[in-house]
Design a binder for this molecule. Structure first.
Ligand code: SF4
Length: 346
């Protein structure tokens, strides 16, 4: 790619229209080009067969398309598929396809690395390199949707922004990618099938409320006590539980969308009845449910899953108090594809 070429997918349809009319081409071609870029995921101008050859050449002179490609794929014994995706500047990110009996879920990344340094997460031990563009987030969904059809003959049903990076620290591109995924000019998926997961960036959670987004919001909570949460999630030092809870209430008031709290129950860290009580006291303030996530130990940290009996007591305590609790078993552990394990090991 020549450095003076612009990635055409950074332009909106009006900007494409302006560019092609300046080339002397009719304005209606912009709609065709836009469809090729997003709905049909064209990776080359020569795929745009309803454009004339001279027009394709003119586009190639000014613009480029920078698709994400698959660098490596691993398939777990439980059928989970982990991909190392390569970006145009050679950076690698990871995305996972998770088939279950009810769903076909794509777990995608929003940044190269992450700046938040959560102590239980493999990505947290990497540096944040850069944000992904909206097209780089979108391409992961397209590639995983293709894998879902090719490997399992089932279309994608859900998308979770739970891979590498903090999506709300890449706010503009995260929202732009959701817009493309949900738009009829893109993949036409319902926003109710999309969940954006955050470590708890209060200011941007408020912004999501002000923007009245239609997708689901999940918060990686993992402790409902500031001292413990500071210990495992340094973001809590500036975004305390009180600040977080105010932001979530604001989000709920604006969107009427119930929050999902993700909670990993670590052995001898946050698995006591007192911890469950603190979690209940935090949750009861906000319309919400709790997903208890099975932990996958990583080499950088000493955390372990709590025992089965303690987990049952913890869950029962919350349920008796009227909290909706789901237990999410890990998938793809044998290929380091499970929650918190994405770290570009290849
Ligand atoms: S859990 Fe999420 S926010 Fe925390 S370090 Fe990992 S990728 Fe970043």
């Amino acid at each position: 790619m020549l450095p003076n070429k612009i990635d055409i997918r950074t332009l909106n349809i009006d900007q494409i229209k302006e560019a092609i009319t300046a080339m002397g081409e009719p304005a209606f071609r912009s709609k065709q080009i836009f469809e090729w870029l997003w709905q049909k995921s064209a990776t080359d101008f020569d795929m745009m067969t309803n454009l004339s050859l001279p027009m394709r050449e003119k586009l190639k002179e000014q613009f480029c398309i920078r698709p994400v490609t698959i660098f490596k794929t691993q398939i777990s014994s439980d059928r989970t598929i982990k991909n190392a995706f390569q970006l145009h500047d050679a950076h690698i990110i990871e995305g996972v396809l998770i088939p279950t009996s009810e769903r076909m879920t794509a777990c995608i990344s929003s940044q190269v690395g992450c700046s938040l340094s959560c102590k239980f997460c493999a990505t947290g031990y990497m540096d944040r390199v850069r944000n992904l563009d909206a097209s780089e987030i979108y391409d992961q969904v397209v590639l995983l949707a293709n894998q879902a059809k090719e490997n399992y003959g089932i279309p994608l049903s859900n998308i979770v922004y739970m891979g590498m990076g903090e999506p709300l620290l890449n706010y503009k591109n995260t929202l732009a990618s959701v817009e493309k995924i949900t738009s009829p000019q893109g993949l036409g998926m319902s926003p109710s099938r999309i969940t954006v997961s955050t470590a708890g960036i209060a200011k941007m959670i408020r912004q999501l409320g002000d923007d009245e987004v239609k997708f689901n919001l999940a918060v990686s909570l993992h402790a409902a006590n500031d001292i413990k949460r500071n210990e495992i999630m340094p973001i809590n030092e500036t975004n305390t539980l009180e600040i977080l809870s105010d932001a979530l209430l604001h989000f709920y008031e604006k969107t009427k969308s119930r929050i999902t709290f993700e909670y990993i129950v670590f052995d001898n860290f946050n698995d006591s009845i007192e911890d469950a009580r603190e979690l209940y006291n935090f949750c009861k303030k906000i319309p919400s449910k709790v997903n208890i996530i099975e932990y996958n130990p990583i080499s950088n940290a000493d955390f372990m899953n709590t025992g089965v009996d303690k987990l049952e007591i913890f869950k029962n305590f919350l349920e008796r108090k009227g909290i909706i609790v789901n237990i999410r078993r890990s998938r793809g552990k044998d290929i380091d594809a499970a929650c918190g394990q994405l770290a570009n090991k290849q």
